[in-house]
Design a protein around this ligand. Sequence first.
Ligand code: GDP
Ligand code: ZN
Length: 371
Amino acid sequence: MTPDPFTPDPIEPAQTDPGQTSLEAIGWSIFFQSQLTSADGVPGRVASANHGRFLIWTATGELEAGVTGQLRKSGALWPAVGDWVLLRPGDPVIHRVLARKTKLARKQPEREIREQVLAANIDVLFIVSGLDRDYNPRRIERYLVMAAESGARPVVLLNKSDLAAELSLDLGAVVASTQLLSPAVTVIPISALSDHGLDAIPAQLAPGQTAALIGSSGVGKSTILNRLLGADRQSTTPVRESDSRGRHTTTTRQLFVMPGGWLLMDLPGLREIQLWAEANQSSGRLETTFDDIQQLAQKCRFRDCTHTSEPGCAVTAASIEPARLANYLKMQRELAQLDRKTDTKSAREGPSRSKPGNKTGRPYPKRDRLE
Ligand code: GDP
Ligand code: ZN
């Protein structure tokens, strides 16, 4: 059995199965179409993933599928929620994963240097933060870097705005300072509990586009999802499926068709969000979120300036908020370390680096510990 690297939090059952649908309605586009050759199989979208079993939406409805042994062994793309896959005609088995438009990934929170793809083909990434004790601009920055890496457009949702008064917070000031983290990013204060501001969420999406909710446990992701599903929400029982040993497991759906025809994906609370970047590509990774610092860094006297105590450092000379600078330096170190490790790894493994397999002979990472 191949453990899925991604175990969903249980969320309240809601309407998900689009039934008979056009593929465009669930995100299909020319980008995917152009990857097909004739006799390639039936395209479908991964709506949830659980221990190597997948819930797939096709033009004719929802079905459960596994993957072919060949795909398992080949080291080709492994399906993630949001992926477009090809099924064998008449046989619910995934034999190919189509190239992704966007990819939300993090480093597997284990010693091994391995990528964990959390979601594929996301257009808009809603970074959810609660205005209560969870509010942490450094964590939001980290999610912004992750979003920039993914290719999805980030939008920050500051939830629980109803608590601002109680917490003696000036909501306008918090929104403004969050906005300063990344001026180009939209910041929306909402209260899922009182429905305040929720209208602004669907306005970010066109029909057929896909969004995901990401944020720590308890920030209100499930509440937001259920509120947005609103009157269309239906109670459905979780899908029962058999794993490879014949046991029944329960799959929690993660992709939802929203009123208005866009799609929303719920991602479980992530305790650790270690950055992931492809080997040797980490240099520009922090650019989108920390453009000001990177611009200044070019004026430092030393090329390898660490922006800590060097003379002639343009970064420390500027008035960058110390906590923000520290967060930047931390993520930069993290990416540099990742680069070094992936370098060693590729040198060790030689040209067949993309082949799966590790010391334990598992083709894919062990199940992750999520909150
Ligand atoms: P998730 O773990 O991110 O899915 O968070 P949940 O949706 O389960 O919400 C966690 C808790 O926060 C629940 O007790 C919700 O009722 C509460 N909550 C969610 N949204 C709001 C909000 O806008 N205001 C307040 N005061 N509480 C909220
Ligand atoms: Zn410097």
